[in-house]
Design a protein around this ligand. Structure first.
Ligand SMILES: [Zn+2]
Length: 279
């Protein structure tokens, strides 16, 4: 599943290319991926719309759209789910399978949302109203943002009886971290993902606070992890998965101590850690 670094890579790729362009035709695939409004209202709203700024919030992408049928401040909200991709293709390229949204643009290209497993979702509306109505969730702090402070993080962990992994995966606490980077951050911080958050020493909580932005920034620099179907904004694979310490490496030697990495299930998710150097 694409996490913060993958979504951020797509946003950075597409942001300068979309802004100011205009939608000249809307093509829809499976209606199930359109969560709000109904498919006709969705397509009508995007017709002739002028594209604004593309930004990321957690694992969501929000593309500003301004059109005759839309209230001010509207956005096309995109969540890639398990297997979704969003990319800009040139004019006349053949349709891929599982194409669920195609926005033909005045500049000649097409913005395409493709999703074989259809866990992704698309919404159109003002972000505030979509959040108030519960159509998109209230998200927690951005781990690369200014309010992700050590004081807040340490206090948050201190109040939680859940596992570190469960807290890291909770989008209402910290937005954008998923299974890959939760394991990577715990490895870097030398704490086991199954540890109860409130039982961790302050130094361990601080280490995890330092580790999370490091692993996320490294993965952005590597243009995201193409574990499964992830592709960047131009349809190319990322390289960040080649530099992962623990995710997907159960049974292989730890890069730090040489011991064997162990697999376990924590917070309902497959989790990999080093029993030798994570306490
Ligand atoms: Zn180790």
């Amino acid at each position: 599943m694409p996490e913060l670094p993958e979504v951020e890579t797509i946003v950075r790729d597409l942001r300068p290319r979309l802004r100011g362009d205009r939608v000249i035709a809307v093509r829809l695939g499976h209606p199930g991926v359109i969560r709000h409004p109904d498919p006709i209202g969705f397509a009508t709203g995007l017709q002739e719309a002028r594209l604004g700024r593309l930004r990321r919030r957690g694992k969501f992408m929000l593309l500003g759209v301004d059109g005759p049928a839309l209230p001010g401040g509207s956005a096309l909200v995109i969540h890639l789910g398990m297997s979704g991709t969003l990319c800009l293709t040139g004019a006349g390229e053949p349709d891929p399978r599982h194409l669920h949204l195609g926005l033909r643009l005045q500049s000649g290209g097409e913005l395409r949302f493709v999703d074989p497993r259809r866990f992704g979702r698309l919404l159109l509306g003002t972000p505030g109203e979509l959040e108030r109505s519960g159509r998109i969730p209230r998200l927690g702090r951005e781990p690369l943002g200014p309010d992700f402070t050590a004081e807040w993080w340490c206090a948050t962990l201190g109040r939680s009886r859940r596992s570190l992994k469960a807290v890291l995966l909770d989008q209402a606490v910290v937005a954008g971290c998923g299974n890959i980077y939760a394991d990577e951050a715990c490895f870097l911080a030398r704490v086991r993902p199954q540890r109860r958050a409130h039982r961790c020493r302050l130094a361990e909580r601080r280490a995890l606070h330092r580790a999370l932005p490091i692993v996320l920034r490294a993965a952005i620099a590597g243009r995201g992890s193409s574990i499964a179907s992830y592709r960047d904004g131009f349809g190319a694979r990322g390289e960040a998965h080649e530099a992962l310490f623990v995710y997907g490496r159960a049974g292989l030697p730890c890069v730090r101590c040489g011991g064997r990495l162990r697999r376990s299930v924590v917070a309902g998710r497959t989790t990999v850690f080093c029993p030798g150097c994570q306490r």
